[in-house]
Design a protein around this ligand. Sequence first.
Ligand code: NAP
Length: 520
Amino acid sequence: MTELLSNYLGGQWLNGNGAGTPLFDPVTGAELVRVDATGLDLAAGFAFAREQGGSALRAMTYQARGALLSAIVKVLQANRDAYYEIATANSGTVQTDSAVDIDGGIYTLGVYAKMGESLGARHFLVDGEATKLGKDPLFQSQHLLSPTRGVALFINAFNFPSWGLWEKAAPALLSGVPVIIKPATTTAWLTQRMVKDVVDAGVLPAGALSVICGSSAGLLDQLQPFDVLSFTGSADTAAVIRSHPAVTERSVRINIEADSINSALLLPGEGADSEAFGLFVKEVAREMTVKSGQKCTAIRRALVPEALYAAAAQAISARLAKTVVGNPRNETVRMGALVNRAQLNTAKEGLAYLSVQTETLHDGSATPLVDADAAVSCCMAPTLLGTRNAAGSDAADRVHDTEVFGPVATLVPYRDLAHALQLVRRGLGSLVCSLYGQDPHALAQAAGELADSHGRVHIISPDVAALQTGHGNVMPQSLHGGPGRAGGGEELGGQRALNFYHRRSAVQASTAVLSQLNPA
Ligand code: NAP
């Protein structure tokens, strides 16, 4: 029997009283550990976090809480090797893909730690300037942002067990709000281990950080009006959450990140020998293969002028052909596995579904896996599909509304810019769209056209080729989230991330009183 991972709730390490759900190595099929949350006293655990953790955190200033984040960074850095081992075993990722999750999480914490320093020794934030409410300027209104007196519950997806925790916990803890994390069961090990290291190091007040590994049963029932819930995962689960009484009756604030049919658009006017074309090809191939395409921000649709369809197909395929797929422990391997059998099957079904309306431009499945048994491992070779011509791009409705969560993208030819923008918008709201070209005016115009339906527009022009941070990389300084089918959420974006964990209130008073509100 493998080790049963404990939950940390109510300031104690607790084992569930069920048999446990096993976690597996997606390459070898070996059972690794088990998780179980059956029988935990959730009500007492949530109350402890809310009362003990919340009070202790709110008693500190932003600066002091920033120092807590710095302390977490030190603990995580000291244990990095163990995290890489867990990621290899449980997520089946190569080192560079594990880094996106592990070091990406640590970097995000560091950014918010610095922000805490700059916010200073205060207990709430002022929002905008004071505004007079009548002719006499003596009586004015000043908006305040105060930390919510509740817990932040995170229900997370399997693809980012580290970054997914810390990109949410950093702004929550900096805001003074205690965190309860429920990682996706499949990859809960890394999250649990990181929380364990931080708890064992004793750097946080009791109740500030808790972890529940296993079933989500009963978690939403615990939520009270001043709690907040941040969810990342499928649109189906998002719908269950939106209709829960915690949300519909108790006004629990929610943030949802669901699936997204992100696009990359090579602007008209670029030839197959242009620098912009080369950058487009490189980014599409990279996004398809990083984390085996299991990134919510990955490029799913790659749009090119109709005349460049064949050249783009050939160039992207040539790059994909070099992707060695297999066991991440082998140094020649560039792309590891999908996270489990269920995800592999779902991705294969999605590929078959898209194939009905597309042609296959590159199929890597004929190349044997390295050090991995195709019958056991969850490896999937990259596949590039295409809609053949502009009319095909219009007709292929599946391409615009199906997210295959794996190394699959579709090349989508368009007639002109208006057609391209219309096709991009058929994603009905996405996390990110990237644009490629060299005319700053044309790029800015296109960004303006697409900004309303995207959380982020990432522009790759030759002058920033070596500096740009990557279509799919979520930087803490920029907004992460997207309207419409992407869930309508807003995470990160620098200090904007703190808004979710604060309540906004208007204080109406004499200027003498208002001047006392802002101690800095
Ligand atoms: P999921 O089934 O929705 O699971 C996500 C999380 O919700 C997991 O922690 C899961 O716990 C939990 N959960 C499941 N049922 C629940 C319920 N009834 N009430 C409350 N929580 C519940 O999603 P998934 O299939 O693991 O994730 C894959 C999909 O998520 C992808 O296909 C992709 O579309 C989307 N995704 C989006 C983003 C993004 O940022 N936009 C990121 C990653 C993934 P268990 O694991 O214990 O079931």
